[in-house]
Design a protein around this ligand. Structure first.
Ligand SMILES: [Zn+2]
Length: 118
């Protein structure tokens, strides 16, 4: 080691049979050692892969709520050079009371809609 400080965005890689390498922190996998940064939370390479209950701050805002907990996941774009933070909609807090309540119900409905994997 050269004493270079770079611990923050480093993947915690371990060998994963049949895939290659997997990161214990972001759960992404590669066939060869990645040069990308690690989000440090469960990460998704496409919006389609994101569970329904995980939303970006902007998506929560559209629903009249705001993040009520820590970052729970990330969507990674452009080889992990861009991250979109995801928050758990179930932890979200209302921005405005009455209007937000019905929209929170919509979030819950979306979360229980089930997977569309075929
Ligand atoms: Zn990682």
């Amino acid at each position: 080691m050269t004493g270079k400080a770079q611990q923050t965005y480093e993947h915690d890689l371990f060998p994963d049979d049949g895939v290659g390498l997997r990161c214990a922190k972001c759960d992404l996998s590669w066939k060869a050692a990645p040069r990308s940064r690690c989000a440090g939370v469960p990460s998704f390479r496409s919006w389609d892969a994101v569970p329904k209950h995980l939303r970006t701050r902007a998506q929560l805002d559209d629903l009249g709520v705001k993040p009520g907990g820590p970052v729970r996941g990330a969507v990674t774009m452009y080889n992990n050079t861009v991250f979109y933070a995801l928050f758990d909609a179930n932890e979200a807090l209302p921005i405005r009371s009455a209007k937000a309540a019905s929209k929170r119900a919509a979030v819950a409905a979306g979360a229980s809609e089930g997977s569309k994997l075929s």
